[in-house]
Design a protein around this ligand. Structure first.
Ligand SMILES: [Cu+2]
Length: 345
C-alpha cells in the first residue's frame, strides 16, 4: 500500500513537471534571498551604483515600441503604469501588480549594472518630517523638494532629466517634480503602518494600505504633481512603493495562509474609479483625460487568467508589455517563493 502510494506520488510529481509552462517563470528555489534595505542603511557606494543605474535606464533608448510617446526605457516604465493605471489602483491587483512592477524595474536596473537588492524607503523613520530624510540628499539621494511654480526638482542626480510620459493620459516632456509636505507625512508613521496591516482579510488589508500610508505618502510627496496615472516618473516613486510592498509582505508574514489569499476587482469599477476621488472614471477623467486609441490598443484584458470574471484570482496574468515576461499572480505572492527571492530588512 505504501509503495503504491509512493509510486503514485512519483507519477504525480513527474506529471506536474511534464506540464509545459506557457509562461517563462518556472519558479526556482529561493535559498538566498536578496536583502531590500532602507535607503538610510544603504552604503554610499551602493547608493551611487543605484543612482547611476537609474540614470542609465533614463538614458537608454526605448526598445519595446509599445508605450505611446516613450523615448527612453524610463518612459516605457512610466508608460506601462499609465496604460495599466485603471486596472492596478483601487483594485485587488494593486499590491500584486506594483510588486511585479518593482520586479520589472529591478530587471532594468540589473541590465544597467546594479545587482544588489532593491533599496526602499522606510518612511516610518522620517514620518512627520520627511524633508530631513536621506532620500532627499542632493548627492546620495533623489534631490529635494521642487522649486518655483513648476515644482521641478532642481538639485540632485535627476535635476536635468526629462520624462516624456504624462501628465495623465498625455505624453508631454516635463521635469521630475515633487513637493514635500511634512505635516502630511505623519500618516506614514509606525503606528499608521501597524494599523494598515492589522486587518485579518486581504480585502480589508489592501484597502487599508492603499488608502492609508500609500495614499498619504503620495500626497505628502506630490510626485509628478501627484498624478495618479504617471507618478512613477519620479524615481522616488520606487522607494515609496518598496515601502508599500513591505507592508503587504509584513501583513502576509503574520499567517502562512495569507500567501495564497487574494481577492478584489481586477479593474476599476467605472462608477467608482479611484477610491480617493469622487464621481467615478468619467468625472475623474476631467483631471487626466482618457487613454488614447494607441494606449487602448496595447492595454491588456484585465480578466486574463481570472476565468473571464472581474475578481482577481491566483491565476491572474500580469504583463509588463515585454519589459519582463508575463507571469501569474500566484508566482509573486511569496517574496521568497522562487520566482521572487527577496526580503525586507
Ligand atoms: Cu501605481
Amino acid at each position: 500500500m505504501q509503495s503504491a502510494l509512493a509510486l503514485l506520488l512519483v507519477v504525480a510529481t513527474v506529471g506536474v513537471r511534464a506540464v509545459p509552462f506557457s509562461l517563462v517563470d518556472t519558479p526556482a528555489k529561493c535559498t538566498n534571498p536578496t536583502k531590500r534595505v532602507s535607503w538610510h542603511d544603504v552604503s554610499a557606494e551602493d547608493k551611487k551604483a543605484y543612482i547611476s543605474a537609474e540614470q542609465c535606464i533614463m538614458n537608454a533608448e526605448a526598445k519595446l515600441k509599445k508605450m505611446p510617446g516613450a523615448k527612453t526605457q524610463w518612459d516605457e516604465l512610466v508608460g506601462l503604469h499609465q496604460i495599466l493605471s485603471l486596472q492596478i489602483h483601487s483594485t485587488g491587483t494593486f499590491l500584486p501588480y506594483h510588486r511585479y512592477m518593482l520586479h520589472a524595474h529591478e530587471h532594468l536596473l540589473n541590465q544597467c549594472g546594479y545587482n544588489k537588492g532593491l533599496p526602499y524607503w522606510d518612511e516610518t523613520r522620517d514620518a512627520g518630517n520627511f524633508s530631513i530624510s536621506p532620500v532627499f540628499d542632493s548627492v546620495l539621494g533623489f534631490g529635494g523638494t521642487g522649486q518655483g511654480t513648476s515644482k521641478c526638482v532642481e538639485d540632485g542626480p535627476f535635476r536635468n532629466f526629462t520624462v516624456n510620459i504624462g501628465p495623465g493620459f498625455t505624453s508631454q516632456p516635463r521635469c521630475v517634480n515633487r513637493q514635500i509636505t511634512n505635516a502630511l507625512s505623519s500618516y506614514c508613521s509606525a503606528s499608521a503602518v501597524q494599523k494598515a496591516i492589522s486587518p485579518t482579510t486581504y480585502e480589508e488589508a489592501w484597502r487599508a494600505i492603499y488608502s492609508g500610508p500609500h495614499l498619504m505618502g503620495h500626497i505628502a510627496l506630490s510626485m509628478m504633481n501627484a498624478d495618479s496615472i504617471t507618478s512613477n516618473g519620479d524615481p522616488l516613486f520606487f522607494m515609496h512603493h518598496g515601502f508599500v510592498d513591505k507592508m503587504w509582505a509584513d501583513w502576509q508574514a503574520k499567517d502562512p495562509k495569507r500567501l495564497t489569499e487574494i481577492s478584489g476587482l481586477n479593474a476599476q469599477d467605472p462608477k467608482v474609479g479611484f477610491l480617493e476621488f469622487p464621481g467615478g472614471i468619467e468625472e475623474e477623467s476631467k483631471m487626466w483625460g482618457h487613454p488614447t486609441t494607441e494606449m487602448k490598443a496595447v492595454t491588456p484584458d484585465p480578466t486574463t487568467g481570472d476565468k473571464g470574471g472581474n475578481q482577481t484570482t491566483l491565476g491572474h496574468v500580469m504583463t509588463s508589455l515585454g519589459i519582463i515576461p508575463d507571469t501569474t499572480l500566484e508566482n509573486i505572492m511569496d517574496t521568497k517563493g522562487g520566482y521572487l527571492c527577496y526580503e525586507y530588512v
